[in-house]
Design a protein around this ligand. Structure first.
Ligand SMILES: *Cc1c(COP(=O)(O)O)cnc(C)c1O
Length: 409
């Protein structure tokens, strides 16, 4: 068997995306024991970096070992016990994922829907909170499947006033825009790794406040082999062991409960990725995403393509493009990858085969890469010989003008 040989790629999907070499380098460091004082110090620093990344003072800001779905499942299965009502606004695939996680936790899902491509007015969600009086609101901030940004800045307070817990999937928006968790009064927020933070998948930063912590601690059960005398066993204890936030917060506190073995190299990556993001600056990072998204979107329009959905509620981390008539989605993307080493994404459900999703996420989002992407993508489209009036010259000029006439980040 040959050694691994990984070819170079330009990944323009909504994750996973390329990582800064400094992240890969950090991951190649020596392994430290999980209770080594130097590792514990790195764990504490990582918690502080997570707090800064979410603009929160929440003590409970730590990573879950697993992809973002593990973060979502940890939060949902720790707060939702059988019979609890949960409001889930659905605008795409990831809303359905919340509904699924709640159902598996034994909760009762109350979903409200919008047609694909739309978002809710916050007042509509607040009305539904009054109608269903749930224990939890579980909502997706950036619905990557449709490229929509759901406004949520009023929802945390509305929930708090009603004694409801707000849980937010900010997997795709995290580090691609500013999410001021404390200012928005959100109770529990899940970020992402392989999206705008741009580190390898497998670890998920989350944060939750004391109100949320009190609620999950009422369901705390410490496993027998490591239980001390003071722990109790409530009737409605958290069913998951691995994704039990109540035990996990004891692992991520001076108690250092020996729950699992922390993912050493993933912590090195998270620490480095967050340091890089914070030294760039949360605001500057958001502006970089929006700046390149704007330039590429304008160029794709100049090329003659149609952008999917209403631009007033678009995410800046993904550009959704209607697939031109006659083009075979999968064959086109496969050949783009094989011939140019460039990857873009399709979508799910109703939108499968209808839109392409071009990720604007993290480290790769630089002028050079965007120019390379547009050139190759447009050339590949032209080679299909299927679309009339493709204006490559106009597209490239539009992008170059964007970079020449605006501040380059
Ligand atoms: C990518 C994504 C997820 C799932 O993340 P995984 O890391 O693949 O588990 C969840 N929610 C949203 C909005 C996403 O974009």
């Amino acid at each position: 068997m040959d050694d691994l040989k990984i070819n170079k790629r330009l990944i323009m999907t909504p994750g996973p995306v390329s990582v800064d070499p400094r992240v890969s380098q950090a991951m190649s460091n020596s392994i430290l024991g999980q209770f080594d004082y130097e590792f514990v110090d790195i764990m504490n620093q990582t918690m502080e970096l997570i707090r800064k990344s979410f603009l929160t003072k929440n003590q409970w800001s730590f990573p879950i070992d697993g992809t973002s779905r593990a973060g979502l499942e940890a939060v949902i299965s720790s707060i939702v016990k059988p019979g609890d009502d949960v409001l889930v606004p659905v605008i795409g695939r990831f809303g359905y994922l919340f509904a699924e996680l709640v159902t598996r936790a034994g909760g009762i899902v109350h979903s409200i829907y919008k047609p694909m491509g739309e978002v809710f007015e916050q007042s509509e969600i607040i009305e539904a909170l009054d109608q269903y009086q749930p224990k939890v609101l579980a909502i997706v901030h950036g619905e990557t499947s449709t490229g929509r940004l759901q406004p949520i800045d009023q929802l945390g307070r509305a929930c708090k006033e009603r004694g409801i817990f707000s849980v937010v999937d900010a997997v795709a928006t995290y580090q691609g825009m500013v999410i001021p968790v404390d200012e928005w009064e959100l109770d529990a927020v899940i970020g992402g790794a392989q999206k705008c933070l741009s580190i390898p998948s497998g670890i998920t930063p989350i944060t939750f406040n004391d109100r949320f912590s009190d609620a999950i601690n009422a369901r705390k059960r410490v496993e027998l082999g490591i239980r001390s005398t003071e722990t109790t066993e409530p009737d409605h204890f958290i069913r998951s062991n691995y994704l039990d936030l109540a035990q996990l917060q004891d692992y991520w506190s001076p108690k250092r409960l020996n729950h699992h073995t922390e993912a050493t190299t993933a912590i090195y990556a998270l620490h480095t990725g967050l340091r890089l993001a914070l030294s760039e600056g949360l605001e500057a990072r958001a502006q970089r995403h929006a700046f390149h998204q704007e330039g590429l979107k304008a160029s794709l329009k100049a090329l003659g393509l149609e952008i999917y959905g209403d631009e007033s509620n678009e995410m800046k981390m993904v550009i959704c493009v209607n697939i031109p008539d006659g083009i075979d989605d999968i064959a086109f993307r496969d050949n783009l990858l094989k011939n140019y080493g460039i990857e873009i994404a399709g979508s799910f459900g109703e939108l499968k085969g209808k839109i392409w999703r071009i990720g604007i996420m993290g480290y790769a989002i630089q002028k050079q890469n965007i120019l390379t992407f547009l050139s190759a993508f447009a050339t590949h489209l032209l080679a299909q010989d299927l679309i009339k009036n493709l204006d490559i010259e106009n597209a490239i000029k539009t992008l170059i003008n964007h970079y020449d006439n605006n501040a380059i980040s």
